[in-house]
Ligand binder design. Structure first.
Ligand code: BG6
Length: 514
């Protein structure tokens, strides 16, 4: 054993436990909102993929709960169809999904009906008894946010929640959006914590389950050579982009119009990416340590709210253009809506590591490309020794975590192209998932569902993390209350041209990823 290992004696940890869940330990998965979009597109396919890959035992119970009348068989048939369309492992026409869907059950109730929950309790007991399941339960709330509180209250009142630390355990996964602002998030946390212990609550942000997002931990804290550069001495600025080409997709207008890009993407996905890019190395790769470090980042964020709004924040709304009828004409959207479909922000993480380094964050719908990335732009060399050869300061190095699509990590640097002339050319050094790993990437929901079943909350969000993110977004929402309406932008572009202004006084401009 090396002296290093001696310093850290083996302690029992989650990572030493198996990732595969055994037959006698598997929890009943109860999905509220089982007839909704998320269940059919993501959750059931994720459970199916975990099951096919052997992470879940052959016999398990997945109970769909929703308000529509349906039999077990109806639900199974519908989920078979959903698997054909959405399963990553390509559940084809010719295959039979029978062996899997026999594990699916359906129960109808309103989400705040005490009788309904009493009935659910009996139904779950029946299913678990006849299947010989251990009675552990993972409740997944894939419902509108207005039902999070009532469902958790009703679970508590019906005696469907085991006290923390007792077997068979109870855990609850809560989907986003978690609140609409700081106050509502605090109220929701307080309400949930009356029934559940923090350790039983798994607040999901599916971005944290993406392979490429988890790889930021591996890259930053598994290599000695990059971390010393991640600070204000070497980094000029960081750009975080979560860009989508889709608009309301004929189905999301009503939800989106009440939400907007800030609440839909910045409060969760984009700020989580900021946390991973900016956090200190955790002492251990465990939930508490990771959450502590992320909260410190969020608490250090400052917005230049004293400066004119346009210099640090731009909101936009897509107008009519190729393939789009314009946000205001989308179904479910108010014709005079001020909801933003684009946000660009400049903020600072005011701690010793990052003081003075601008973080530029943008997200939007109907943009030019679908791309999510974190680009760390380093400072230029201090002086140019190639001036005599007619060259200017070389291009700065850029490290890009491409979260999706074309998942990769790339570092650009300057080289001399072959030939008699001395020139510099900016070239990339690329690691691509596609080129290196032959297996496909698991879906985020597979990782997260398995982690919730294993009791690992590292990739979920703690109450104070959510609230700290809301503190940032609520101060923006407050400024917007008296701000001019969103800038219009043409679909298929990189957003409103006003967003370029937020680079004023800094080196660089928005990247235009290919
Ligand atoms: C969701 C948002 O959380 O994330 C959607 O509600 C957005 O508006 C989606 O389209 C993006 O997720 P992904 O995984 O497709 O990048």
């Amino acid at each position: 054993m090396s002296s290093r290992e001696n310093e850290h004696p083996a302690t029992p940890s989650l990572e030493r436990e198996p990732y595969r869940i055994s037959q006698d330990a598997v929890a009943t998965i109860v999905i509220f909102g089982a007839t909704g979009d998320l269940a059919g597109r993501k959750l059931i396919p994720a459970i199916y993929n975990l099951w096919t890959a052997g992470f879940l035992p052959k016999r398990l119970a997945v109970v769909g709960v929703a308000r529509r009348d349906k039999t077990d068989n109806d639900f199974r048939t519908e989920m078979c169809e959903a698997l054909k369309r959405h399963s990553r492992t390509g559940h084809g026409e010719s295959e039979t999904c029978d062996p899997f869907v026999r594990n699916l059950f359906y129960y109808r109730t309103d989400f705040s009906d005490a009788q309904g929950f009493a009935g659910l309790k009996r139904r779950l007991a029946e299913i678990e008894q006849s299947g010989g399941f251990c009675g552990r339960r993972l409740y997944y709330l894939a419902v509108g946010p207005e039902f999070f509180g009532p469902i958790v209250d009703a679970l508590g009142e019906a005696g469907l929640v085991t006290p923390p630390g007792e077997e068979p355990w109870t855990r609850v996964v809560i989907e986003k959006p978690f609140g609409r602002d700081l106050t509502s998030a605090q109220e929701l946390n307080a309400r949930l914590l009356k029934v559940l212990h923090e350790d039983q609550i798994y607040r999901i942000d599916h971005y944290l389950g993406k392979e490429t997002v988890q790889n930021i931990f591996a890259f930053r804290f598994g290599n000695a050579i990059f971390e010393p550069l991640f600070n204000q001495h070497y980094v000029d600025h960081v750009q975080i982009t979560v860009a989508e080409t889709v608009g309301m997709e004929q189905r999301r207008g009503a939800f989106y119009d009440k939400t907007g890009a800030l609440r839909d993407v910045i409060q969760n996905h984009a700020l989580q990416l900021l946390c991973l890019a900016a956090m200190e190395p955790p002492t251990r790769f465990q939930a508490t340590e990771i959450h502590n470090e992320k909260v410190k980042v969020l608490q250090s964020v400052v917005l230049p709210t004293q400066a004119p709004l346009r210099t640090w924040c731009v909101r936009g709304q897509y107008a009519e253009g190729p393939g789009f009828r314009g946000y205001l004409s989308e179904e479910g959207v108010a014709p005079d809506s001020l909801t933003e479909t684009y946000v660009a922000l400049r903020l600072y993480v005011d701690n010793w590591r990052w003081a003075g380094v601008p973080f530029f964050i943008r997200t939007g719908k109907a943009l030019k490309r679908r791309v999510t990335e974190i680009a760390v732009q380093f400072k230029r060399v201090p002086t140019c020794c190639f001036r005599d050869r007619g060259l200017d300061l070389p291009e700065p190095n850029v490290l890009v975590f491409r979260i999706q699509p074309d998942e990769s990590i790339s570092l650009t640097f300057n080289t001399k192209p072959p030939g008699m002339e001395f020139r510099l050319q900016h070239v990339p050094m690329d690691f691509t998932y596609h080129g290196t790993f032959k297996s496909g990437l698991p879906e985020a929901y597979e990782r997260l569902l398995l982690d919730a079943l294993r009791g690992d909350s590292t990739l979920f969000m703690r109450a104070d993390e959510i609230e700290s993110a809301w503190r940032i977004c609520t101060s923006i929402l407050d400024v917007w209350r008296t701000a001019p309406p969103p800038e219009l932008y043409r679909p298929g572009t990189w957003g409103p041209s006003e967003a370029d202004q937020i680079f004023v006084g800094c080196e660089g401009a928005w990247r235009q990823p290919e």
